[in-house]
Every structure is written in C-alpha cells, then in structure tokens.
Write a protein that binds this ligand. Structure first.
Ligand code: AQP
Length: 350
C-alpha cells in the first residue's frame, strides 16, 4: 500500500491539463493505496496575494476531485491552510534547503518574470512548502504533471539533507525508518519521494501554441479547455486549435517537429485511455477535419459528467464544506504525529 499525496492550487479554472496530468491519475491511484489530496490554498498566495474568490475557488477544486471520482470517506480531501503543520515544517525546510538549490528552479524563473526583485519571497520558497506538504505525511508517491518534476527532485534533496544533518538525533529518538538510497541502506526520518509522472499526456500543451503548456494563467481562453466549459465551448476551442496543413501520420515518428499535432493526438489518447500509437493506427492518413470532430465528441463524453457533477456540488456548498472540514481534521491529526517527532528530533521543547 502506497502513501500518496498531491495538491492543486485554487488559482482559476481547472483545465484539461490539470485533469489529465493530475486529477484523473489521483482517481486511479485510490485503489489499494492510502491517498491524501489537497487544495493548496497557501500556494495560491505566492503569485497573487489577494484573491476575492478564494472560498469559491477552493470549493471548486474540491468539487472537481469529488466529481472526478475521489472518495473522501476512504481517502482524505482537505485544504492546506486548515493544517498549520504544513507551514511549520516548511519553515524548517527553508532552513534545510540551500539558496543555490532554489536558484535552479525553472518555475520560479518563469513565474517571477523579468523583474525578479519584485517577486514574493513566497514564490521563491514555494518548492520548500511543497516538500513540506508531502513529507508532513511522510508520503512516498506523488502524482503530478511533468512541470512539477524539478520540485519533486528538490523535495528529495531536502529530505536527504534533513536525514543526514539530523542522523544522530534520528537514531537517538528512535523515530527513523530503514530505507535504501541507491543500493545503500540508510536509517532516515523522511522517505524518498517518488514522482508518478506518466500516461500519454504528462504535459498537455496550449491549443494555440504546441510549445507552451496548457495553463490557467494563459491570457487566451482559447488556449485551454476548462473543466467547466460547456459543449459549445469545447467544440469551438478544438475546432479552432492550431494545427499544421498536413494530415495525421500513421507512425509516432511522424509527429516529430509537429507539436500541435502531437498534442491533439496525446489528448485523444489520454481521454480514450489508449496509446498514441493506437490513435494513429485509427486516424493515420486522415485530415484534421476528420480527427477534430472525433476529438470533440470524445472530450465532451469524458468531461460532461464531471462538469455536471461539479455544477451540482457547487449549487449547495454545504456538502463540500463538510468534506473539507472532516478531511482537515483527519489531516491535522496525521500531520501532528509527524510534527511531534520532528520537534523532538530537532530538540524543540514543547
Ligand atoms: N499542462 C499541463 N499538463 C499536465 N499536467 C499539468 N498540470 C498543470 N498544468 C498541466 C498539473 O496539474 C496539477 C495542478 O497544478 P497546479 O494548479 O498546482 O499548478 P500549476 O502547475 O501552476 O498549474 P497551471 O494550471 O498551469 O497554472 P498556472 O497557469 O498558474 O501555471 C499539477 O500536478 C501539475 O503538474
């Protein structure tokens, strides 16, 4: 049984990239594992401090989790700010992580823009809070889109440095667990985090530019399919999606150097639960005028039930609020077990 953790920020409309790269995989991992899924509202402050619609955005991410099929009774669904232990561990990790490590984070460079001096300290420290989100539950498996890979490598570095810096204290307190790093047995407190990145669409690209990832913050709404889009919007966006003049190739190699075609094939494959090769076996040699309507039908078939259920859950928010409240209580109890031990390992008196 794996301990799985992942989170999504309440920063705008969820899109197909969030669904295929993350939420749909959260659903699949429930079977046989212990899963903790979080609406990371504290992360949402890193780029923009004031969010008028924070409560409704937070509820809508939780509603998407439930509508997609996450069972909040068997697993835990909650919002990050309800568990202050995340922030407490993040401070300790700020002291473990090195500035040189943070300086390599490409997401910070992308999101900070040109005037880096004006970026918030929170945006810079984001990966340290993300490491705390995972490790405060000593989670081992983290399903994410490819864009988060570097942050997970940093989480491993932070865990490893904590384990080494406090090795003696960990042995003395007896809280450690035996893990293997490479082939070496190590007595550690924090486990090594494994990113779960995969499927045919680990990185869904913008519908307007196949070299940019589909993103909530892209100013063009035509660049993404939102989970709350109605059928007309989905159809319009796919019909208008950028393509090149050639038809679809029959072999995967034929997608090389054609990022927009590759993206649409990857989206089809992920939605249909097939490989890209299977999709090309079906559509190879066809024009986009044939492929796009098939993609529209498939996208609507997969997304419409989720959208409908999200709308229903958002009409009367008492159900979602109860799930978040109960999830928060369960998450706090588990996070506090870790923090009591961490305080002991460090030598904080409490
Ligand atoms: N385009 C994508 N393809 C695959 N996976 C993606 N994810 C995001 N975009 C894609 C995955 O969705 C999860 C939640 O993301 P997030 O809300 O925590 O933050 P983000 O990565 O910053 O998402 P956005 O939508 O792209 O927002 P902005 O525009 O603010 O950057 C993560 O697992 C992420 O990998």
């Amino acid at each position: 049984k794996k301990l799985v953790f992942s989170g999504v920020q309440p920063t705008g409309n969820l899109h197909l990239g969030n669904y295929l790269g993350a939420i749909r995989r959260f659903v699949a991992l429930q079977e046989g594992n212990d899963c903790i899924y979080c609406v990371v509202d504290m992360h949402a402050l890193t780029a923009q401090l004031v969010h008028e619609d924070m409560p409704s955005q937070t509820r809508s991410i939780a509603a998407a989790f439930i509508a997609a099929g996450i069972d909040p009774e068997k697993h835990i669904v909650f919002n990050q700010s309800a568990v202050p232990q995340h922030a407490e561990l993040a401070w300790i990790f700020n002291c473990v992580a090195r500035i040189g490590w943070m300086n390599r984070m490409t997401q910070f460079k992308d999101k900070a823009g040109k005037d880096r001096e004006q970026a918030s300290l929170g945006l810079y420290a984001y990966p340290s809070l993300m490491a705390a989100d995972i490790l405060v539950y000593r989670a081992t498996h983290v399903p994410v889109g490819e864009d988060q890979k570097q942050h997970l490598e940093l989480a491993r570095d932070i865990a490893m440095k904590f384990n080494l810096d406090y090795a003696e204290h960990i042995s003395r307190t007896g809280y450690g667990v035996d893990i293997t790093v490479g082939n070496e047995p190590v007595h550690a407190y924090f486990p090594m985090v494994e990113p779960l990145i995969g499927g045919p669409a680990p990185r869904v690209m913008s519908l307007r530019d196949g070299t940019k990832k589909m993103s909530k913050s892209d100013p063009s709404d035509l660049s993404r399919i939102n989970l709350m889009d109605d059928e007309d919007a989905i159809s319009k966006k796919i019909r208008k999606a950028k393509t090149d003049p050639d038809g679809l190739p029959s072999e995967i190699d034929g997608l090389q150097g054609r990022p927009e075609a590759d993206n649409l094939v990857a989206i089809y494959a992920a939605l249909a639960d097939k490989s890209k090769a299977d999709v090309l076996a079906e559509f190879g040699g066809q024009q986009f005028s044939v492929f796009k309507p098939a993609l529209v039908d498939l996208a609507i078939n997969v997304l419409a039930p989720i959208t409908g259920e999200m709308r229903r859950l958002m009409d009367d928010t008492s159900h979602i609020d109860a799930i978040l409240r109960k999830g928060g209580e369960r998450a706090r109890a588990r996070a506090e077990v870790t923090m009591r031990q961490v305080r002991d390992v460090i030598g904080f008196l409490y």
